[in-house]
Design a protein around this ligand. Structure first.
Ligand code: UDP
Ligand code: MG
Length: 315
């Protein structure tokens, strides 16, 4: 029988670990699917790791790994995938906002030969208007870059071992799971689901974290912003030619002094464009720097199976 690994990234999710483990277990046992649940504690500051350990003690199908600090959700997913043993791996959020029943449907599709089964949001659930707008902008940019509609994409997916291995081979540090699992290709299909409301705790994303996430992911997938600089440069050059001609004409007509405002305006315009451009180039250089350091994407401090020492916890 084939084994399904369920990867669950968890960051400050102490109140729901136990419930998530039991809900997923019940559903998969009822469907007669062999599975393991792999919690990845992404450097939580609460008792999440303790809850994962307790859950692993009670339920032999539950395993857990613990990061040395918070490395972010993408790294947590990657760590879970690299530790998984299953013939296929599902990735699901810890907060049960993504209905676990859908996983059964995904698994059946995998049995039919699909290598990637994407969970697709039927709607985005409850969120603020600002958030909705920002998300829309981000996903339309991403969709244009990846050339796949990503507006309804989520991290809720089921992947075949082959795809998991392909993803694990990606050397890049800025890892965007949602887009990379599309990028690898393979035979894929999708399943729609309704986003449930969060029962416990709050969303783990601050506005700042979301903006950083958007910028990082766009730049890790596209060098378009760099080309944008060239376009800007050409534009400014054209404007400069027009103003240059005007200035020369004025000079020869003997009415040159007036142009002072234009000079100031041009100076400001060109100055700001140079600064923006330098900023964009600098950002890419910083990304290259990050990649070239070849630092590990995450560090595992403890595991439930070969547990040695426990990280310090603040209660
Ligand atoms: N998460 C994580 N590391 C982080 C932030 C979030 O592992 O730094 C996990 C979190 O525990 C949850 C999932 O990622 O299982 C989705 O987070 P959340 O529900 O806060 O995001 P939202 O549903 O609001 O998009
Ligand atoms: Mg959530």
């Amino acid at each position: 029988m084939s084994l399904l690994s369920v990867v669950v990234p968890a960051y400050n999710e102490q109140d729901i670990i136990e419930k998530t483990a039991s809900v997923i277990s019940e559903i998969l046992i009822a469907e007669n699917i062999d599975f393991e649940i792999l919690f990845v504690n992404d450097g939580s500051r609460d008792t999440t790791w303790k809850k994962i350990q307790q859950s692993a003690e009670r339920n032999p199908r539950v395993r857990g790994i613990c990061f040395s600090r918070n490395f972010g959700k993408e790294s947590a997913i990657l760590a879970g995938l690299s530790e998984s043993k299953g013939d296929c791996c599902a990735v699901i959020d810890c907060d049960l906002q993504q209905p676990p029943e859908i996983m059964v449907q995904m698994y059946r599709l995998w049995e039919q030969g699909y290598k990637v089964v994407n969970g697709v949001k039927a709607s985005r659930g409850k969120e603020s208007a600002m958030h909705r707008l920002a998300a829309k902008a981000f996903y339309s940019v991403m969709s244009a870059i990846v050339k796949i509609d990503m507006t309804k994409a989520s991290d809720y997916k089921l992947l075949d071992r082959e795809v998991v291995e392909a993803l694990l081979q990606m050397p890049e540090r800025n890892y965007f799971f949602r887009a990379l699992s599309e990028w690898v290709g393979y035979r894929s299909t999708s399943v729609e689901y309704e986003v449930a409301e969060r029962e416990y705790g709050t969303s783990k994303w601050s506005t700042r974290a979301l903006i950083k996430y958007a910028v990082t992911n766009i730049t890790s997938f596209s060098s378009l912003p760099l080309n944008f600089i060239t376009v800007l440069g050409v534009l400014v050059f054209l404007i400069a030619v027009v103003f240059g001609v005007i200035a020369l004409v004025q000079y020869f007509c003997g009415t040159a002094v007036e142009g002072f405002t234009t000079v100031i305006l041009l100076l400001l315009l060109i100055g700001s464009i140079i600064m923006i451009s330098l900023g964009i180039i600098g950002y890419y250089i910083s990304k290259i720097y990050e990649e070239i350091k070849q630092r590990p994407k995450f560090l595992i401090a403890a595991r439930t199976d070969t547990d040695t020492k426990q990280p310090k916890e603040k209660e």
